[in-house]
Write a protein that binds this ligand. Structure first.
Ligand code: NHR
Ligand code: GAR
Length: 196
């Protein structure tokens, strides 16, 4: 059985989708949900689902990303994860942190990479006049949102979409895509999964 730790920063709806998927004949189980924000509502949702949680506030560390990551690493290493899933995790990770989990760390990003790495993806898609948007699960490498693609799901951009309406439609696709990719990844299958 693979052990999965999930890093969040906010509401954790992707985390909930991942945790709920890991039952029965699934090859993995959730062992930890950790957040850089002690107030993240996803932590409460994780506890309600019976998953251990940890919080390390990044703010006292200021520009000291290594210090923050060293503190975050303590509960992660104690949980002995085989796989680390970023799910709405909002802190860029240093190359040293990424190296520790090389080939074992996934992220879900709310765009059809390689389009729109980084932040404000929905605004950028609408401003560009795109008729299609979506989400990508990729392996995390030192370079932001640039690791090997493990899966993508597409959704239409509707006329009159705002950032919020598009984000909500993409989020529904995220909840389908991420559990499907994690299951395959835990089984050792890294071929890209293309949905919708
Ligand atoms: N770290 C590495 N090295 N590589 C990746 O691919 C990563 C990563 C850390 C997070 C998620 C990512 C996304 O899916 C992710 C992928 C945060 C930022 C960011 O600029 C950018 C991309 C992602 C997550 N964060 C600001 C920072 O200074 C803070 C922004 C905020 O708090 O709102 O870290 O989009
Ligand atoms: C999701 O849309 C995720 O793709 C995005 O934040 C949302 C988190 O929602 N991630 C990023 O923007 C990473 N920079 P959730 O907390 O409900 O899963």
């Amino acid at each position: 059985m693979k052990r999965v730790a999930i890093l969040i920063s906010g509401g954790g709806s992707n985390m909930v989708a991942l945790v709920r998927s890991m039952t029965g004949d699934h090859p993995a189980r959730p062992v930890l949900v950790a957040s850089n924000d002690p107030a993240a509502s996803g932590l409460t949702r994780a506890r309600d689902l019976g998953v251990a949680t940890a919080a390390v506030d990044h703010r006292p560390y200021g520009a000291d990303r290594e210090g923050f990551e060293a503190a975050l690493l303590d509960p992660i290493l104690a949980a002995r994860p085989d796989i680390l899933c970023l799910a709405g995790f909002m802190r860029v990770l240093t190359p040293d942190f990424v190296k520790r989990f090389e080939g074992r760390m996934l992220n879900i990003h709310p765009s059809l990479l390689p389009k729109y790495p980084g932040l404000h993806t929905h605004r950028r898609a609408i401003e560009a006049g795109d008729t299609e948007a979506g989400c990508t699960v990729h392996e995390v490498t030192a370079e932001l949102d640039a690791g090997p693609i493990l899966g993508q799901a597409r959704v239409p951009v509707e006329p009159g979409d705002s950032e919020d309406t598009l984000a909500a439609r993409v989020l529904v696709a995220e909840h389908r895509l991420y559990p499907a990719v994690l299951r395959r990844f835990a089984e050792g299958d890294r071929r890209p999964l293309l949905l919708g």
